[in-house]
Design a binder for this molecule. Structure first.
Ligand SMILES: NC(=O)c1ccc[n+]([C@@H]2O[C@H](COP(=O)([O-])OP(=O)(O)OC[C@H]3O[C@@H](n4cnc5c(N)ncnc54)[C@H](O)[C@@H]3O)[C@@H](O)[C@H]2O)c1
Length: 264
C-alpha cells in the first residue's frame, strides 16, 4: 500500500517497537495517526508533533483487555479522523507468570480489536477497505518452551491473522491481513526473561533468550513499514536480525468432501 496521505491507527504505539514504527509511518507522509495505548507518553507525542508537522497526531487511551474500552477507542478515533486505512495491532506483553493477562492482551485483545475495526473498514458497508497488520512473534512460529503461554498466544495470533486473509472475506470487505513475526528485539518486553518464565524450575531456559542475538527496534520498525508497503494479503513475515523473510507453511490438513470419499 502506498502510505502517503493515509490514516493509520497504531495500537501499542508508545512501546519499544511501536514508537519507532510511528516515526517510520510518519516519514512516509501519512495524513493522520492515532495512537492507542494504555498510558499517554507526552514526551514522545510532543517530539513526533514537532518532527512531523505535516501529519495530525492524536492519542486515545485504551485498555486492550477491556472490550468496552476498545469500542470507545475506535469511536473516538473515527470522530477525530473520519476513517482509517491501516490498523496495526502492536500491543503485547511477555510474562508467563500471568496466564490470563497473557492471553487477554496478546490474543483476545488483538482479536477483539480486529473485529471492532473491521466494520469501519468494510467495503460492503461503505468503508474503504485497507490493511490490518497483526504483530505475532517468532514465538508464534516455533513453540518457545521458556515462555510457552506467550508462545501459545502468539501462535493464536498467527493462525487468526492467516485465517482472516481468506479471499472470500477479502472479496467481501476489501481488508488485507498481514502477520508480522519479529525475532528478539531490544525492548522492555524482553528484559529479565528469567522472571517471566513458564516454570520457576526452568527459568534458565528463559535466561537463554538473554544470550541470543537480537535486533534493534529501529530496524524492526523500518522493516515492518516496508512490509506494510509491499506485503501481500495473508503474508507472514519474519523480521529477525534486521532481515525480512516471508514465511510459508506446509498444508497439514484439508477437509475431504463426503462425496469424494463415497465415490472412492
Ligand atoms: N521485543 C521483542 O523481542 C518482540 C519479539 C516478537 C514480538 N514482539 C511483539 O511486538 C509487539 C511490541 O512489543 P515491544 O517489544 O515493543 O513491547 P513493549 O513492552 O515495549 O510495548 C508493548 C506495548 O503494548 C502496550 N500494552 C500492554 N498492555 C496493554 C493493555 N492492556 N492495553 C493497551 N496497551 C497495552 C504497552 O503500553 C506498550 O505500548 C508485541 O506484540 C510483542 O509481543 C516483541
Amino acid at each position: 500500500m502506498d502510505l502517503k496521505g493515509k490514516n493509520v491507527i497504531y495500537e501499542g504505539g508508545f512501546g519499544g517497537i511501536g514508537q519507532h514504527c510511528l516515526k517510520q509511518f510518519l516519514a512516509k507522509g501519512i495524513k493522520n495517526l492515532v495512537i492507542f495505548d494504555l498510558k499517554e507518553n507526552a514526551e514522545i507525542l510532543e517530539n513526533l508533533r514537532k518532527s512531523y508537522p505535516q501529519s495530525k497526531i492524536f492519542f486515545v487511551q485504551f485498555d486492550i483487555t477491556n472490550k468496552d474500552s476498545i469500542t470507545k477507542a475506535f469511536i473516538a478515533a473515527v470522530e477525530k479522523i473520519g476513517h482509517f486505512d491501516v490498523l496495526v495491532n502492536g500491543c503485547g506483553m511477555m510474562d508467563d507468570t500471568k496466564v490470563d493477562l497473557m492471553i487477554d492482551i496478546n490474543l483476545k485483545g488483538l482479536i477483539n480489536s480486529t473485529l471492532t475495526a473491521l466494520p469501519y473498514m468494510d467495503k460492503s458497508t461503505g468503508g474503504r477497505g485497507g490493511l490490518i497488520i497483526n504483530i505475532s512473534s517468532v514465538a508464534g512460529l516455533e513453540p518457545t518452551s521458556a515462555v510457552t503461554i506467550y508462545s501459545a498466544a502468539k501462535h493464536g495470533v498467527t493462525a487468526f491473522t492467516r485465517g482472516m486473509a481468506n479471499p472470500v472475506f477479502y472479496d467481501h470487505h476489501g481488508v488485507s491481513f498481514i502477520t508480522i513475526c519479529p525475532g528478539i528485539t531490544e525492548t522492555d518486553l524482553v528484559a529479565n526473561p528469567q522472571t517471566k518464565a513458564t516454570f520457576e524450575y526452568a527459568k534458565h531456559l528463559a535466561g537463554l533468550l538473554d544470550m541470543a542475538a537480537r535486533q534493534g527496534p529501529e530496524i524492526c520498525a523500518e522493516n515492518l513499514v516496508k512490509v506494510a508497503e509491499t506485503g501481500k494479503n495473508g503474508g507472514v513475515y519474519k523480521l529477525d536480525l534486521g532481515e525480512i523473510k516471508e514465511v510459508t507453511f506446509p498444508v497439514f490438513w484439508k477437509p475431504v468432501m463426503k462425496s469424494s470419499t463415497e465415490s472412492s
